[in-house]
Design a protein around this ligand. Structure first.
Ligand code: NDP
Length: 471
């Protein structure tokens, strides 16, 4: 089926007449649709629609804007299973994780809908007599939302819902790998009666759609989740016109296991954090730092469990690990494995593209662990965004923390220890936006702020109370 852009409440063809296809990464013969490969002309129409709709939408009482989001949440909930199955087909994550992604979108939408009644300001005494001071919240204006494919439902809701409840209008450019999920979300808004132009969706590539959208003079804020390289480029476009820019970027998240940690619990957390979503989460664990005394013991438990993970189509109930998102991701992961081997790391398992039987129909990479990794190695420093875990040894707590912080990124982190003092110290010592104790690096909750430090962003936070402040 040929899908269209959603501009000013209508489904319209792109000015380019060109299209691209969305394919199932587990089986590329399965097509999810053909989408417009739009360009700056389509962006122009969408931004003008958002501009025209802004005044009226910003004057709809916030609780009424919230009520519309309650309807959206209810409809997503009703369609949860269908959306989850589409997600597994479109980007590969296993069905139970896809259900979690949609559920996060439901939770976020309900959570933010209620904020329509809580756009609180404050009153304060003045320093002058006969003067009364109060604050009111006002929307920023026209927001560009640019989202990645790895959480194709949850991440868009993190941006679109708070932007809308606060009274902004939105032009959304979804990732080219997951246009179908974006279409479904836009369709839900349409069915719930969102006024024309309040949310617009333009399909197409980062250069053809993303750049003109970020540069557009009528865009007041850019909210971006994606890689650090793209984030840095987008920050410049925002700076040129002094727009606000919210960046949620990459990660190289560590798990530390100390000698007194519960090793069996740690193995579960590591498997889930390193190989869940095939390692393609911004919070995925890609560095494991083990205290000397339990290095061999932990790897003796972890490696066989990793080798037993079953690769396959995420729709099959027995599958543990799905495909990676596309061919270029597969090739990038394979290149990093070669780099790791050349750098002298010890390949403990995996390390190759899986081609057995039905796996040859898609983009599968075997869950991979490198031991004896040195902190200077590229596999320890760079975001691979695939099922590759680099393991280093630390002589004690202090060295473990130093190794964890030895990275340009700072999104999530975790420590396994039974020592309550070390656990609490780690919360202070780890340079990361999120720290887990005795749990893996993944798992956001919508009422908590989410974001990182260092190259993971520019200080903003999504979700939680911060979501409304941002917009
Ligand atoms: P990219 O940066 O490649 O793409 C993200 C989005 O930006 C896509 O919609 C993409 O479009 C678009 N885009 C690409 N180039 C440009 C450009 N020059 N100008 C404007 N838009 C552009 O990231 P990935 O899709 O590969 O996503 C994975 C990355 O996202 C990882 O680094 C991951 O860590 C990070 N991430 C961060 C999260 C966080 O909260 N910190 C959460 C999830 C992911 P197109 O798809 O058409 O190329």
């Amino acid at each position: 089926m040929l899908y269209k852009n959603f501009i000013n409440g209508e489904w319209v063809e792109s000015a380019t007449g060109k299209t691209f296809k969305s394919l199932n990464p587990a089986d590329t013969s399965d097509e999810l649709g053909e989408f417009p490969a739009s360009d700056a002309r389509d962006v122009e129409k969408a931004v003008l629609a958002a501009d025209r709709a802004f005044r009226e939408w910003s004057r709809v009482p916030a609780p009424k804007r919230g009520e519309l989001l309650f309807d959206v949440a209810a409809l997503i909930k009703q369609r949860k299973e269908e959306l989850a199955q589409l997600m597994t087909r479109e980007m590969g994550k296993v069905l139970k994780e896809a259900r979690g992604d949609v559920q996060e979108g439901i939770d976020m939408t309900y959570y933010i809908a209620a904020e329509g009644r809580r756009l609180l300001g404050y009153t304060t005494p003045s320093e002058l007599p006969n003067k009364h001071c109060l604050t009111v919240r006002r929307p920023i204006g026209r927001i560009a939302a640019i989202t990645p494919w790895n959480f194709p439902f949850a991440i868009p809701t993190w941006k679109i819902m708070p932007a809308l409840v606060a009274g902004n209008t939105v032009v959304w450019k979804p990732a080219s790998d997951t246009p179908r999920l974006a279409y479904e979300l836009a369709k839900i808004f349409e069915e719930c009666g969102l006024p024309k132009g309040v949310l617009n969706v333009v399909f197409g590539g980062g250069s053809d759609v993303g750049i003109p959208l970020c540069k557009h003079p009528k865009i007041d804020m850019i909210s971006f989740t994606g890689s650090s390289d793209t984030g840095k480029e987008i920050y410049k476009y925002g700076a040129e016109k002094l727009s606000q820019v919210h960046l949620e970027l990459g990660g190289k998240n560590p798990i530390i296991v100390l000698e007194d940690g519960d090793l069996d619990l740690a193995v579960e957390g590591i498997l889930w954090s390193a190989f869940g979503t095939t390692g393609q989460r911004c919070t995925a664990c890609s560095r494991l730092i083990i205290e000397d005394g339990v290095y061999e013991k932990l790897l003796d438990k972890l490696v066989p469990r990793t080798e037993k993970l079953r690769l396959g189509n995420g729709l099959e109930p027995q599958t543990d690990v799905g495909p990676v998102v596309n061919r270029s991701a597969l090739e990038k992961i394979a290149r990093y494995v070669e780099i790791g081997i050349k750098e002298g790391a010890k390949l403990l398992c995996g390390g190759e593209i899986a081609k057995e039987g039905v796996l040859s129909k898609g983009f599968f990479f075997k869950p991979t662990i490198f031991g004896d990794v040195k902190p200077s190695m590229r596999i320890f420093q760079e975001e691979i965004f695939g099922p590759v875990l680099s393991v280093v040894k630390a002589k004690d707590y202090d060295e473990a923390i130093a190794l964890a912080n030895n990275t340009a990124y700072g999104l999530s982190s975790s420590i396994y220890t039974q020592d309550v003092n070390k656990a609490h110290r780690a919360v202070e010592d780890l340079e990361a936006g999120i720290t887990y104790i005795n749990s893996g690096t993944i798992g956001a909750e919508v009422h908590l702020p989410f974001g990182g430090v260092k190259n993971t962003g520019n200080g903003g936070r999504e979700a939680g109370l911060a979501a409304i402040d941002e917009y």
